[in-house]
Ligand binder design. Structure first.
Ligand SMILES: *[C@@H]1O[C@H](CO)[C@@H](O)[C@H](O)[C@H]1NC(C)=O
Ligand SMILES: *[C@@H]1O[C@H](CO)[C@@H](O)[C@H](O)[C@H]1NC(C)=O
Length: 390
């Protein structure tokens, strides 16, 4: 008699513990109002099956180890100098061929910023120091445009220094998580704001909730006006112009897709699916041939697919007292790994490079092709990896 009662009591206690998460272990314990929304994921069978059996990215050279913290985006100036990259303490730094020097910053208040030995120690003051994510030079004017996660779209002249604000809102809705940009031949800037609700510090919430306040925007430097091109997006991220400027592609982080937005021709002003990706994309960059390199954070697991597909189950599982680290392992597999995928200007998959063992390139946020090399930046790594193309 006593044993079943004890079991029942233990079970009840366990259920209560799971339901209330008293020690605040769950991935979303910081967000009491966490909601899960519907995600129309591409079917599992539509994900590309191509793999890089040789794990070629493992041949990459690790450069600038511990000199660059979280270099998400990489840019070379119109004279081909660089790279320039935006790092975790809010600075944009410049490699002059011999050493790194400070080039620009997005926050005028740097009293609590400055280099820190650990990538994670910058997290607390990101909203004060700024976090430059997407970087692009306007090749004609030499100005560097910066998508800063906290301060919106900014720019700085070729001499660097404190960047000035270009746009912080559109149609009355402020940006909360400006992420990436590109510039057309006329100087118009196309950019993404990942969320109008949550900041980058709460990206877990944006990603897992599937909330759709993300937007793709256009800034016209002549009229100084910002307009909304696409809205109701779930974690829009990287963006890149096609070589002929007839369209741009942008990454849909939650759905794992590349979408194409037409700027010219009879489809101008409309968008369609350009490619279905095997995981969650970060940035996309165009090479000289007009091909697109897309950076992917790991391959989507069946668990992640199910989690995304059923919002009720997603909310239930995320609220269980499973620490984020463990949850990430269940969700992404036991190790992080980076993937680089190349698509033709028509959206055909041309090449897959990966380090599926996460030995060298554990994560990749952006791939820039220059002079036969790929420069791989990552928001999660303290280095830039360089891969020599054959
Ligand atoms: C700079 O930021 C710090 C940390 O948030 C704050 O305490 C300080 O008041 C700020 N200084 C100015 C001049 O805004
Ligand atoms: C451009 O517009 C923004 C607000 O949308 C404003 O703060 C800024 O001063 C304007 N810049 C110029 C050069 O007119």
């Amino acid at each position: 008699m006593a044993l079943p009662v004890i079991f029942a009591a233990l079970f009840l206690l366990f259920a209560l513990y799971c339901a209330t998460d008293p020690l605040k272990h769950s991935s979303v314990s910081k967000y009491p109002d966490f909601e899960a929304y519907k995600v129309d994921l591409p079917p599992w069978s539509a994900l590309p099956k191509e793999r890089d059996g040789e794990n070629l990215l493992q041949k990459s050279q690790v450069k600038f180890l511990n000199q660059v913290q979280g270099p998400e985006s990489i840019a070379f100036d119109p004279l081909g100098r660089g790279p320039y990259t935006g790092i975790a303490d809010g600075r944009v730094i410049f490699w002059n061929g011999q050493s790194w020097t400070d080039f620009a910053y997005t926050s005028s208040n740097r009293s609590v910023c400055g280099p820190k030995p650990l990538l994670s120690s910058n997290w607390k003051y990101e909203h004060v120091c700024g976090r430059p994510l997407g970087l692009r030079f306007n090749k004609r004017t030499g100005e560097l445009y910066i998508a800063d996660a906290y301060f919106g779209l900014m720019k700085v002249g070729p001499e660097g220094g404190l960047a000035t604000s270009v746009a912080t809102e559109a149609e009355g809705v402020p940006f909360r998580f400006t992420n990436d940009l590109d510039i057309d031949n006329e100087g118009n800037v196309y950019f993404t704001d990942t969320s109008a609700k949550h900041q980058r510090r709460n990206y877990i919430q944006v990603f897992y909730s599937g909330e759709d306040s993300g937007r793709v925007l256009k800034y016209n430097p002549i009229t100084n006006k910002t307009t909304v091109l696409v809205q109701n997006l779930q974690f829009p991220n990287g963006l890149s112009m096609s070589k002929d400027n007839s369209f741009f592609v942008f990454c849909e982080g939650v759905l794992g897709r590349l979408r194409r937005y037409w700027l010219k021709g009879e489809k101008a002003g409309t968008s369609d699916v350009f490619a279905i990706l095997p995981g969650s994309p970060d940035n996309v960059r165009t090479n000289e041939k007009g091909e697109f390199w897309v950076a992917i954070h790991s391959r989507r697991t069946m668990y992640a697919h199910v989690l995304a597909s059923y919002q009720g189950l997603r909310k239930f599982l995320l609220k269980l007292p499973i620490p984020p680290k463990i949850h990430s392992i269940i969700n992404n597999g036991d190790r992080l790994f980076g993937m680089a995928m190349k698509y033709s200007p028509e959206g055909k998959l041309l090449q897959v490079l990966e380090d599926s063992e996460g030995k060298v390139v554990k994560a990749v946020s952006e791939i820039d092709e220059k002079d036969g090399k790929l420069w791989l930046g990552s928001v999660l790594m303290p280095f830039i990896a360089v891969y020599q193309l054959e």
